[in-house]
Ligand binder design. Structure first.
Ligand code: PGA
Length: 254
């Protein structure tokens, strides 16, 4: 693979306390020590400042799990890109399916991607169908998520864009229920093709494409070999220290 394998670890709403977060971070740091790819850690934003402030290494960069599309002002509970930058984040997820399930639509996700870019964050745009229908409508779902998600993105910003394809039906399961590498590959090709409808081919080639949805030590090698993606968005395994270390080890050895 020409680029380093990229792993974004999404802790979701875990763990319960800052003390536990520090412990989890210590184990991630240890695992990252021998990792040969790029690691982006996305803890809950409540912990971002504390974890990033004490970190002196270069192996881990930080990301947020969400970002407001607003710049500032009367938006109770929202966190802006500028705030996230100032507490150490370099990346932000936008449109994770668990946010979309709370009512976030494509248009809002697109605004978040633009807001992230203008505040200096690199967005990780999450796309993925809820179900796979036999007529292939899920391709249109993903196409529309991409089109609206990237509506405000200039070609010159594409090197800062990551698209994480996460079929919702494969999230939070075990490896055997995850997507098969050949199907991930097919979608990666489709995503790339969709990008070339709006952008120059070589610029579209600069977008990093990840797969997410039950990436585990048991299936990561197959996905790396045949999934056609440049990395992974990892959920539950990222909060299981031993398995996360194993996952990174397998990727490094690839
Ligand atoms: P999972 O989560 O690895 O637990 O399936 C992935 C995600 O939701 O980002």
């Amino acid at each position: 693979m020409s680029r380093k394998v990229f792993v974004a670890a999404n802790w979701k709403m875990n763990p319960d306390t800052l003390t536990e977060a520090r412990k989890l971070f210590a184990s991630a740091k240890k695992a990252a020590g021998s990792f040969r790819g790029e690691l982006v850690l996305c803890p809950p934003s409540a912990y971002l400042s504390e974890l990033s402030r004490g970190y002196r290494g270069s192996r881990i960069v930080f990301g947020a799990q969400d970002v407001s599309h607003e710049r500032a002002g009367a938006h109770t509970g929202e966190i802006s890109g500028a705030m996230l930058r100032s507490v150490g984040a370099s990346y932000a997820l936008a449109g994770h399916s668990e946010r979309r399930a709370q009512g976030e639509g494509n248009e809002s996700v697109g605004k978040k991607v633009s807001a992230a870019l203008s505040s200096g964050l690199s967005p990780i745009l999450c796309v993925g169908e809820r179900i796979r229908d036999e007529h292939g409508d899920f391709f249109h779902v993903v196409e529309e998520q991409l089109r609206q998600g990237l509506a405000g993105v200039a070609e010159s910003s594409l090197p800062r864009i990551t698209v994480a394809y996460e079929p919702v039906w494969a999230i939070g399961k075990r490896a055997e229920n995850a997507m098969k590498p050949a199907d991930a590959h097919e979608m990666a090709i489709f995503i790339r093709k969709t990008l070339t409808q709006s952008y120059d081919r070589s610029a579209a080639g600069k977008v990093r494409i990840l797969y997410g949805g039950s990436v585990e030590p048991e299936n990561v090698a197959g996905l790396l070999a045949d999934g056609g993606v440049g990395g992974f968005l990892v959920g539950h395994v990222s909060i299981e220290p031993a398995r996360f270390a194993e996952l990174l080890k397998i990727i490094s050895a690839f």
